[in-house]
Design a protein. Structure first.
Ligand code: ZN
Length: 246
């Protein structure tokens, strides 16, 4: 019996070298080590480590997320509207949604897939085919909880898909944070990587943070690395009130 090798390990000899592993592959490139995967709806590459000394005999790798068809921004707007209507600010409970691409029509659709909900957690209906086949799994967070939690990292292991959180959903400035996960390796991405337009009325936290870091690097020139660490520390203290890990 020919058993396919689910995980492949290879060198990157050309920047357009196809992703072939059924599950995922580890690739050594000129500039670092990358984890790559593909499924019907998307291909993704995440950087695991960057080399200080480059290997000129190999091609350069680059982290990326490419969807066969981008998700309409209206899908995220509809989920936000539904999430707002299903809980109120005074008695908040989290909610979980699956975004899928119909195999026949190629159209995206979303579905609420919460089995049980509380203030700081939600449990999925894991027997629901929408949850099982989702290309994007997105849940709401209590006000102020603007990062993925340790519990999210555990719940979102062992999958290749996009993940998202919606936070401050009842405020004037609701926000979104997105990431791709390739079997336990996560990379946060701006919404424009996966949506056909910026979602209206949603602050893109990853995009905002990338712009802030770029500004800091620009202002500081050669001193940038040290100050970026300070900025990351500051960002972390914002989340001290985080309750989802309790
Ligand atoms: Zn969460």
């Amino acid at each position: 019996m020919n058993i396919p090798q689910l995980v492949e390990r290879k060198f990157l000899f050309a920047s357009d070298q196809p992703i072939t592993a059924p599950l995922y592959e580890i690739v050594i490139a000129q500039n670092g080590v990358f984890k790559r995967a593909r499924r019907r709806e998307m291909q993704a590459v995440v950087e695991l480590s960057a080399f200080t000394v480059k290997i000129p005999e190999l091609a350069a790798g680059e982290a990326r997320v490419e969807l066969t068809e981008k998700i309409p921004a209206s899908v995220l707007e509809e989920i936000l509207a539904h999430a707002r209507s299903e809980t109120d600010a005074a008695n908040f409970t989290e909610n979980l949604y699956a975004v899928c691409r119909d195999t026949e029509t190629g159209n995206y659709f979303w579905k609420e897939v919460s089995r049980s909900r509380s203030f700081g957690s939600t449990i999925a209906r894991d027997d629901d085919s929408a949850y099982q086949t989702a290309v994007l799994e997105i849940h709401t967070h209590p006000p102020g909880c603007r990062e993925f939690s340790n519990q999210d990292d555990c719940d979102e292991r062992g999958k290749f898909r996009l993940f998202g959180i919606l936070v401050d959903i009842h405020s004037d400035n609701p926000a979104i944070r997105l990431r791709v996960g390739i079997y336990d390796s996560f990379w946060e991405i701006p919404a424009e990587f996966i949506t056909d337009a910026p979602p209206e009325n949603l602050t893109d936290l990853v995009k905002q943070e990338r712009e802030r870091l770029a500004e800091i690097c620009n202002d500081l020139g050669d001193d940038a690395p040290e100050y970026i660490l300070a900025e990351e520390y500051r960002a972390a203290t914002v989340n001290l009130s985080y309750i989802e890990n309790l």
